[in-house]
Design a protein around this ligand. Structure first.
Ligand code: FES
Length: 130
């Protein structure tokens, strides 16, 4: 993932709860984590910063759909989906009305924000068809 090193980091003031259907696959030891994130960070960046390895095949530039998450709360504290994101997220397996691409969800409001990472986030990449 390409984080701009010159981007000033806002103080972590926004609570973000991440539910994981397959925590081990994401490198986490428990199924739910609540972290504090700074405005201007994407959900993907915030998760990666605390060791939750959401898949991000394209490096966070809205060119895949592997960073798919469900936003279960606090969606109004996130940047709105662009048309490019909407087109892309339609390719994600398990598409729901609250589907977003985590690299495109920028924290803007005060939260609290709640998201869920589907279990196939890792499995789709890991599974070997023999
Ligand atoms: S990482 Fe590829 S679209 Fe988010």
């Amino acid at each position: 993932m390409h984080r701009d090193p010159n981007k000033p980091k806002a103080p972590p003031t926004v609570p973000l709860t991440i539910h994981m259907e397959d925590p081990e696959g994401l490198g986490a030891s428990e199924p739910t984590r609540t972290i504090m994130v700074g405005k201007g960070d994407s959900i993907l960046e915030a998760a990666m910063d605390c060791g939750i390895n959401i898949e991000h095949a394209c490096g966070g530039v809205c060119a895949c759909s592997t960073c798919h998450i469900y936003v279960e709360g606090g969606g109004s504290s996130l940047s709105e989906a662009t048309e490019a994101e909407e087109d892309r997220v339609e390719e994600a397996p398990g598409l729901q009305r609250n589907s977003r691409l985590s690299c495109q969800c920028i924290v803007e409001g005060n939260g609290p924000i709640v998201v869920r990472v589907p279990s196939w986030n890792r499995n789709a990449v890991k599974e070997d068809p023999h």
